[in-house]
Design a protein around this ligand. Structure first.
Ligand SMILES: [Zn+2]
Ligand SMILES: [Zn+2]
Length: 342
C-alpha cells in the first residue's frame, strides 16, 4: 500500500509498504480522509520526537475510514462500517486509569499511520476508542474528532461558565476549536490574539467577538480595555511557547483561570509570579491529550453540528502531495486544516 513515511525533519516520503496483516481483535480500515494537525506540523518542521512517536513511521494521526477486515473474536465493528479510532487507548488498569485520569495512562498506546491507504487499529483501541461515524457525517469532519476531543478535555478542566470572557492566544486550528467550543459553553465575550492578520479575520468569521494583533497592539492593555480593566475570566494558551504561556498569566483577572494548552518544547520552563497565585488566586492549569469519553463526545458534537468543524478544512489534497501539503502549512497564513485523501 502507499504510505507517507516520516524519516526526520522535512523528510516525508511516499513509499510502498506492506499492507498490515490483521490479527485477533484487530481491525483494518481503508483510510478515506486524514487531516493535518499542528502536532504533525511541529514534528515535520522541528523534529520533536515526543513520547508518542518513533521515527521512521507512517505519519498522521487524525483520520476516518471504512472497515475492510476484521480480526478473529470481534462481533463489532462490521465490514463496510464507517469508523474513526484513536489516536490513543488507555489501559484501564494502571493507577492513573483507576483514578479516571485516562489521558495520563501509564501504559497508553498510540496510533500513527493515518497518511496511508490502510491503517490497522490495535485490539485495545478497537475496544476503548473506536466509534462508528453516522451516515451524514463526512470522513473529513469525523477526522477532526481527535483535536476536538483534546479541546473538550481542556475546557472542562478549565470549567468555562456561562457569561465568561475568554481570551485565546493563537488563532490556529486549536485556538479556533477552542473558540467554537467556548462559545457553545456560553462565553459572553471571546477575544482572540494572534500575530497574523489573516488568521484573525478568519477567527472573526468563526465568531470571535474581539481580535488583537499582538504584533501591532499591546496585548495586556488591549485585554484590560476589553474587560473593564480586570483581565479575562479564562485565558487559553493555544500555541505552545514559553513566552505565550507567560503572556497568558498576565491576561487573566483575579480569581480567574489560565489554561496552558499548547505543548512547549521539551525542557521548557516558565516564570510564574507567586503573588499572582497567592493574592490573585489565579488558577493555572495544564491539559494533556484527552480521554475515550471525550472522543465520543467530540464525534457526537460534530455529528449534531453543535460544533461545526467543516469550515476549518480549508483545502483537500491527495496523499501523493502530502509533503507539499506540509510545505503549504509551514508558510500559509490562511490554511487551517488540509484534508488528505489516499
Ligand atoms: Zn491532532
Ligand atoms: Zn492506564
Amino acid at each position: 500500500m502507499r504510505a507517507a513515511m516520516l524519516y526526520g525533519v522535512r523528510d516525508l516520503r511516499i513509499e510502498d509498504v506492506p499492507k498490515p496483516e490483521v490479527e485477533a481483535g484487530e481491525v483494518l480500515v481503508k483510510v478515506k480522509a486524514a487531516t493535518t494537525c499542528g502536532t504533525d506540523l511541529k514534528i515535520f518542521q522541528r523534529g520533536y520526537v515526543e513520547k508518542v512517536i518513533r521515527l521512521p513511521t507512517i505519519f498522521g494521526h487524525e483520520w476516518a475510514g471504512e472497515v475492510v477486515e476484521i480480526g478473529e473474536g470481534l462481533d463489532w465493528p462490521t465490514k463496510g462500517m464507517h469508523v474513526r479510532a484513536g489516536n490513543s487507548a488507555p489501559c484501564l488498569h494502571c493507577s492513573m486509569c483507576q483514578r479516571g485520569k485516562y489521558n495520563l495512562c501509564e501504559n497508553m498506546i498510540w496510533l500513527w499511520g493515518a497518511y496511508a491507504e490502510y491503517i490497522k487499529v490495535p485490539a485495545r483501541m478497537v475496544l476503548v476508542n473506536m466509534q462508528e461515524i453516522p451516515g451524514h457525517v463526512s470522513y473529513e469532519e469525523a477526522a477532526l474528532t481527535e483535536p476536538l476531543a483534546c479541546v473538550l478535555h481542556g475546557v472542562e478542566e478549565a470549567s468555562v461558565k456561562l457569561g465568561d470572557t475568554v481570551a485565546i492566544i493563537g488563532a490556529g486550528p486549536i485556538g479556533l476549536l477552542h473558540l467554537l467550543t467556548v462559545k457553545k459553553m456560553g462565553a459572553e465575550k471571546t477575544i482572540i490574539i494572534d500575530l497574523v492578520e489573516e488568521r484573525l479575520s478568519f477567527a472573526e468569521k468563526m465568531g470571535a467577538d474581539e481580535t488583537i494583533n499582538a504584533g501591532k497592539t499591546h496585548v495586556i492593555e488591549a485585554v484590560k480595555q476589553l474587560t473593564g480593566g480586570y483581565g479575562a475570566d479564562i485565558v487559553i494558551e493555544a500555541i505552545g511557547l514559553p513566552a505565550t504561556w507567560e503572556q497568558a498569566l498576565r491576561l487573566v483577572r483575579k480569581g480567574g483561570t489560565v489554561l496552558e494548552f499548547g505543548g512547549c518544547p521539551p525542557g521548557a520552563e516558565i516564570r510564574l509570579n507567586a503573588e499572582l497565585l497567592h493574592y490573585g488566586e489565579v488558577k493555572v492549569l495544564g491539559a494533556f491529550h484527552t480521554t475515550p469519553l471525550h472522543f465520543r463526545k467530540a464525534l457526537n458534537l460534530i455529528a449534531s453540528k453543535t460544533i461545526d468543524v467543516k469550515s476549518l478544512i480549508t483545502r483537500k489534497m491527495k496523499l501523493e502531495n502530502i509533503k507539499k501539503a506540509f510545505e503549504i502549512l509551514s508558510t500559509s497564513k490562511t490554511e487551517i486544516k488540509i484534508a488528505i485523501a489516499p
